[in-house]
Structures are given as structure tokens and as C-alpha cells.
Design a protein around this ligand. Sequence first.
Ligand code: ADP
Ligand code: FDP
Length: 683
Amino acid sequence: MDFFSWWCSQLPMERAAAAIWELSCVLPSRHETLDFKLLLKAKDDSSECIVEEGPNRPLGCGSNQVEMTDAVFKLTEKDSLECKVWVETEMLSPFDLAASWKAHQENLQPSRVRGTYDVVMNTETEARDENDFASGLELDLEKYVVPTTPNMGSGVVYAANLTENPRSLSSNNDTTMVILHNSLDGPANHYANTKKDVDGRHTPSQEEQKAVFVDRGVGSPRFARPTNETISTSNIKQDSEANFGYQGMPAAEGAVAAAAVADQMYGPKEDRKLVIVLVGLPARGKTFTAAKLTRYLRWLGHETKHFNVGKYRRLKHGTNQTADFFRGDNKEGVEARNEVAALAMEDMLSWMEEGGQVGICDATNSTRSRRNMLMKMAEGKCKIIFVETICNDQDVLERNIRLKVQQSPDYAEQTDFEAGVRDFKERLAYYEKVYEPVDEGSYIKMIDMVSGNGGQLQINNISGYLPGRIVFFLVNCHLTPRPILLTRHGESLDNVRGRIGGDSSLSEAGEVYSRKLASFVEKRLKSERTASIWTSTLQRTILTAYPIIGFPKIQWRALDEINAGVCDGMTYDEVKKNKPEEYESRRKDKLRYRYPRGESYLDVIQRLEPVIIELERQRAPVVVIAHQAVLRSLYAYFADKPLEEVPKIEIPLHTIIEIKMGVTGVEEKRYKLMDAVNPTAEV
Ligand SMILES: Nc1ncnc2c1ncn2[C@@H]1O[C@H](COP(=O)(O)OP(=O)(O)O)[C@@H](O)[C@H]1O
Ligand SMILES: O=P(O)(O)OC[C@H]1O[C@@](CO)(OP(=O)(O)O)[C@@H](O)[C@@H]1O
């Protein structure tokens, strides 16, 4: 009888039992049927092996015989460990077999062919260096934390502070009150008329206003029809000189680009621009939802801006208004609040005229008359969709209220926290008295979406590409805290050679990382009930995930590295030498440059959208083992990075980026498990 041994390395019993153990061994082809049993041996423990219970297992010589069985080990009189064992017989090529045998002869270590251990019979294989899995990681994972630039603001900064700076409040534009009254009372086109000539005074043109207004970087994109007839929004955006009517086109490829082109050419004029108007009582997650939606739409390539009316109010009326200011029967208060809402809407509409595509108006907008005002202002210019957030869970509300008092600049000067909470609750009660839920126009109602079980979304009169995407996004969002761990594969042989693309396996350093990563995941996720490991379909990520046990692994084609097309397998120097025009084009515009017969970063972003949606939807932790370009694109979503920056984001090898998703937004932590030996040169 021959024995194959397999060791169970310090796994907690439950996890070991949950694991599926994959064993592999090298045997000559056409061998006779062999009997074997599994041995369990504790790692770093000289105690005897435990032989599995039950009869011997037969190992035939056919190819692709697959069997999933149980193995039972009696640990003590009382305790036994039950493991699932996956036995698969696979024919290797004579070359692989020879390589495996040679590796075994030379190193007296379990060799690996095609990524799996070729466990050899009755051999002492425990000689391992200190980098190896046996030594594992320090228990204290905090030791691996490396400083990060504060990329993910929303976790620590109140989302409203990151919204658009009021343009209208930085100029002496006092037309707003007229606009406001006309919009509230008069016919729909009054707003447009008043803009031209209010009280005979000169209203600054947009060009004049630009000199005074604060702008946060979104200019007035002009788009040129490309000389060849291939309509790609990336090409269109590159030429900012001529304008053939492609305003508001997203910086995108694929479906987003196709839909935008169709809307621009054939859609009704007002459908080309979209205003999302948030509706809801205070502390219902409106700003949170608005910020998240802004991040998502920008990442997809849509010019999107978030206008927070609270920010306008604070600028115009100061930060320390008491609850009284918000009373429904406080005429001046109501007027003052309507005024700042109109100012925000006015800024949004001006920005849209300059090329903006999606504006998000973030306020309570909790009465029908307020919403009518906004609808009138938008008439003939853009489509409005109301997004109402409703929450009936008292515990969630209590938490939200406390979070708001902690974060909102309204209470920055309040030293007594509980007094702040009382004031905010009073404000809330005033709003409740006059609140009129939305039942007009196009709307999406998010009802109890943050309760453990997911709540529901009600939609009315929603049509079109972008609104459809927004619904799909919102239906998948929730607040269950969970970590997402992003990492590149361990260093690959192609990384060592400086070759891009390819499908090579891991270098020695890469293998060490794979074991360290397994140990890290084991420790980091030990208290989690479940989690999943996602890889691409390329060897280097699958091999990196290989030592991780006890969690389901999913291979995503969408996570494959950027396709380098005709440059696949070359070094950057070779590209520079042999394809200088390609090298130069990429250097000039790495975001939009598409490798011939390959992909651009914008293409990668498009194909990653389902991955983002699924990451939002998952409630359990996910470990994503992928590639440089792919992780840059995913990271940009969480860190709200402008698309232009995506190709430059630093994603070092052998480092884990932990994204913490939770009730305050997104936070980041980085763990560096080891140095990257051969960092690839950048282009
Ligand atoms: N759909 C939702 N329902 C209830 N609470 C939510 C929702 N989305 C986010 N939250 C939580 O509400 C908290 C307060 O949200 P915020 O957006 O500031 O409220 P609002 O803008 O409605 O006053 C957030 O920190 C978040 O934890
Ligand atoms: O866009 P650049 O900076 O070239 O980075 C993407 C490149 O990163 C690499 C390494 O150079 O990723 P990976 O480590 O997954 O192999 C290349 O395969 C890929 O083409």
C-alpha cells in the first residue's frame, strides 16, 4: 500500500472541514491500480500522522476520472474531522511529467506542474525556508499596514462637503429671488425669460460668469466628429477644438458610448440631459446615495455633478441655524430654503448648458411645491427623475441621526452632542409635518434598502438607457459592512522578464506571495462566516489563489488583464523599438489608447461594470486577485478617481488594498506583505 500524505496547516477545525482538499501526485501512465489512504499531519508538529478511517482508496490509471468523497480522521476518541476530497486523474504531457520529476529530484520538495503540488509518496517534504507558508505571517496584521494617501474621502469626510461649490453665491447675482417666485407661481417658461432681462439689469453671460465662478475642473468639453467614420466617444473627446454637436458625450466605450451616440442623434432633446432630484426626510441617506451615484456615473464616463443644497444654505445663511429655521410655518425660513434650492438648480442648469450630462440635486425636496419649482426650471432642458429614500427602521434612523450630528457642519460648533441630537430631531419633526411623498413624474422610491434583507425599489415612468442603469445600480446597493480585498497576482515569470500580457505562471517570489496571501486571508477573514475569492482566467491569478483554502473561488473573464493585442508578450522597450507609433500614441493618451486588436483602459472599465455591480451587491467579503490595469480601474471606482488618472494609479505587487464598505462610505487600508522584486517599468 502506498500513502500520499497531505498536511493540514493550522487550520481551525471548522474551516478545515469546510475546505475542499485538492491532492495531486505524479505517477507513470498505465500504472496498475494503486491503493492509498490519506494522512493528516499537523503542520510544524512532529506528532504522528493520523491515517484516515475507512477502506483503502483505489487509484486507477484512466484520465479525467473525477471523484468527490469524504475523508474522516479520528483526532481523539471524541473528535473527528471530516473533509471533502476531490480526486481527479489527469494525464500530463511527458514534458510536464519530466519537469515535475526533475524538480522533485533536484529539490526534494513537492514540485508543481501547472500550478498544483505534485505530492510525492512517503517523502519528508517539510524543509522550508522562512519565507514559506510554514513560517506564515505575523499574527498581528497591523504590522503590514503601509500609509496611503487619503484617497477615499467619504469614509472620513462628510459627503456633502465634497459636492460642487456654489457658483451663483460667489457672484453678485441677485436675480434668484425673481427666478424663484416666477418658477413657483408663474408659467413654465418664466424662468428662461427672467434670465435674459430682470428689472432691466444686465445678467452676466455664461462666458462672463465663468470669470467669477468657482469651477472644480469640469470645463466645457467640445467634441469633434472624427475624420474616419468610426464613432467612438473616446476619439470624439480627444479633439477639443471643433464642435459638431456631440456635447455631453461620456468618456466611454462599449455600451455606454453606443447609448450616448444614439441619444445624441435620435433622442428627444430634453432626454440628453438628466437631473436626479433626491427626495426624503433628513437622515434618510440622500447625500450618501447622491455621492455614490455620482461616483458610479463618473466612473462610467458620464459628466456628473452633485449639487448639495445644504452647502448653499450654509454659505448663504451660516452653519448654525436652529431647528426653528426649518419649521414649515416659518415663512422666511421656507423662502430662504427655496431660494438656495433654486440657486443650486440654476447652477446645475448652467453647467449642463456647458456640456454637463447628469446633475444631482441633493436636498429634502419634500413638498410638492418645491418639486414643481424644480420641474418648471428644468422644463424643455432636461429630464427629471426623483429618487426618494424612505426608511422606517427606527434603529437605522437613530444611527443616522447620530452620524449626521457628528458629521454635518451644521453642528460643528455645537459642543454638546446630545443637545445637537435633540435639535436635529426637532428639525426632523418639522419636516415630517409637511412631507409629501412623491407620486408625480418619473420616480424611483428606495424603501428600507438598508435593512438587513434588502428592502424594495419602486419605480414609475422610468425609461431610457441611463435611468435603467441607475435603477440597476441602486437595486444592488446596500450598507452591510464588509471588506473587499484587492490584490495583484504574485509576481509572474513575465513580470520578471518585463513582458506585458501573456499567461505565464508565478516566479519564486510570486509563489511565496501566494502563500503569504493565503495566510493573510486566513487571518483577516477568520471571523467571517463566508467569503469568496475571485480571480481572472489567467494562470497567474489562479495560481496566486491556489493556496487559499476554505472559500469558494470564482474565475471571471472580465477580470483578465488589459488585452495588449499585437503587443502581447513584448517588453515595453520592444514596443518602443518595433512599434514606435503605438508607443507614442499610448504615451500621449494612455486612457483612450487601444492596443491594435486589443483594449484600452476605457474598454477595460466597460467590461468591469458587472464586477462593480456584483461587488456592491455582495454582503460577504470578497478577495479579488487580478491584474494591474484591471485593479487600477476597479480602485478608481471606489476612490472616486477621475478617469484621466486611472492608468497612473499605483497598484504595487505583493500588496493588499482593503476597501472597507460601510455605513459611512468607503475607506482604504493597504497591507504590504513583501517587497516586489522586479517592479515592471511603467509606460
Ligand atoms: N437608503 C438609505 N436609507 C437609510 N439610511 C441610509 C440610506 N443610505 C445611506 N444611509 C445612511 O444614512 C446616513 C445619513 O445619510 P445622509 O446621506 O447624510 O442623509 P440625508 O442626506 O438624507 O440627510 C448615512 O451615513 C448612511 O449610513
Ligand atoms: O497599462 P500598463 O501600465 O501598461 O499596465 C498594464 C500591464 O501590467 C502588467 C504588468 O506589466 O500586468 P500584470 O502584472 O497583470 O501582468 C501587464 O501584463 C499589463 O499589460
